[in-house]
Design a binder for this molecule. Structure first.
Ligand code: PSV
Ligand code: MN
Length: 396
């Protein structure tokens, strides 16, 4: 394929590449040992929407904000009108709705997998409320991470918990409206360390199949064992038509929540390459690209803009791969040539192309620089400093 055609294709595909940012990415967070407060951190839903709108204005790529039910809509459906008002005010839509089954005291031994039927019922009710919230806000996806698991061998019946999960997920699935989806996220560790009830993509896929045709798998890039081949998982989920979306972040040791591509950009490139290799374009149209990062060292807004820009760069590189040529090298088992085909795209500097792409859309060529020059960071620090300084940093 001619180089100009490939550049043309990149700009087209970039237009379809929208990224959802998380409300919790703007709030004060920390480590297991304490919080690091930031003067400009968002403390209200309004502030989270304002920050999200700023990221969208600079990048043009983040039209929706993921919401976490207990953090953003503590009153449940009754809070939906508040969100609607903010959507109207800031022009950023409500994105995926994330139920929260990991915070209440009762969930110490599990939520929908708790041996106590009354607690399981409470957790299911929360899932059904979350579906109602999504319906009220016109959100397509209910994005579920189940933190359940156990810490010691023998402590829980793994088999009973599989059945409880199946029942709860099917009930949740069946409450979905037309066009809505249930995304099932897996994680092999944390907060439980002996077993987690949805530990990997295979279990998530099995649960999705059991739940029904509107259930899909969510791949959080931080939720894998060291050196796991994530692009192979993505290839499998595409093959099974079960790839619902992503939570993007990067990791070095565990679920580190680092900026996408900051540790291993080639991994992210390979994931995008796998998606873009899918011949049936309709099959990838609905894949949700979401960010799941809460920064406590980097300034939150800067981290979010840097994240979006990094994701676009890696997506553009993957888009540049000459897939026809690659297929012919693969057919002839030309290993070096095939690998070079990927490396050629990966090492292409796509930043001039992206600057040009942004300029054509009336966006700043360098969104991070534009953020720094906008005065927005100083403004929110001035406005929120006193409140943020008064918050507790410890879990004591
Ligand atoms: C859990 O580690 C997770 O990845 C889930 O997606 C949560 O919703 C999110 O992080 C925020 O805690
Ligand atoms: Mn996640």
């Amino acid at each position: 394929m001619h180089i100009d055609d490939r550049f043309q294709r990149v700009t087209e595909q970039l237009g379809d590449f929208v990224i959802e940012i998380p409300s919790w990415g703007f709030a004060n967070t920390g480590t297991r040992f304490g919080k690091y407060l930031q003067a400009g951190a968002a403390g209200t839903l309004e502030e989270k929407f304002a920050d999200a709108a700023q990221v969208h204005a600079l990048t043009g790529a983040t039209p929706t904000l993921a919401l976490h039910v207990l953090w953003d809509l503590p009153a449940g459906v009754a809070d939906a009108h508040r969100v609607e008002h903010l959507v109207g005010q800031f022009g950023v839509r409500a994105g995926s709705i994330n139920p929260n089954l990991f915070q209440d005291q009762e969930y110490k031994f599990g939520s929908i997998c708790n041996p106590d039927g009354a607690i399981r019922r409470k957790a299911i009710d929360h899932l059904l409320d979350s579906v109602e919230i999504a319906k009220a806000l016109g959100s397509r996806d209910v994005s579920l991470w189940v933190s359940d698991g156990s810490n010691y061998p023998g402590a829980q019946s793994i088999r009973n918990r599989i059945e409880w999960l199946e029942g709860s997920l099917r009930l949740t699935h069946d409450a979905l409206g037309e066009g809505q989806r249930l995304l099932i996220e897996y994680k092999p560790f944390e907060p439980a360390f002996y077993h987690t009830d949805i530990a990997d993509w295979g279990m998530a896929a099995q649960f999705a199949r059991f739940a029904g045709p509107q259930a899909f798998v969510l791949v959080d890039t931080g939720h894998h064992y060291q050196s796991q081949n994530i692009e192979q998982i993505v290839a499998w989920l595409l093959h099974l038509r079960l790839l619902g979306g992503f939570h993007f972040n990067d990791r070095r040791y565990a679920d580190d929540d680092l900026t996408i591509g900051s540790i291993d950009p080639y991994q992210v490139f390979r994931i995008f390459h796998e998606i873009l290799s899918e011949k049936n374009r309709a099959a990838i149209r609905d894949v949700a690209y979401m960010i799941d990062q809460s920064h406590n060292i980097k300034t939150k807004l800067e981290a979010m803009v840097q994240t979006v820009v990094s994701a676009q760069e890696l997506f553009a590189k993957a888009s540049l791969v000459d897939r026809e040529q690659l297929a012919s090298f693969q057919a002839d088992a030309k290993t070096v040539e095939a690998e070079e085909c990927l490396r050629e795209a990966f090492w292409t500097d796509v930043r001039p192309l992206l600057r040009d792409w942004r300029e054509r859309r009336g966006l700043p060529q360098d969104p991070l620089k534009a953020l720094r020059e906008s005065g927005y960071l100083e403004k929110i620090e001035r406005e929120r400093k006193a409140r943020n300084a008064s918050l507790s940093t410890s879990y004591a």
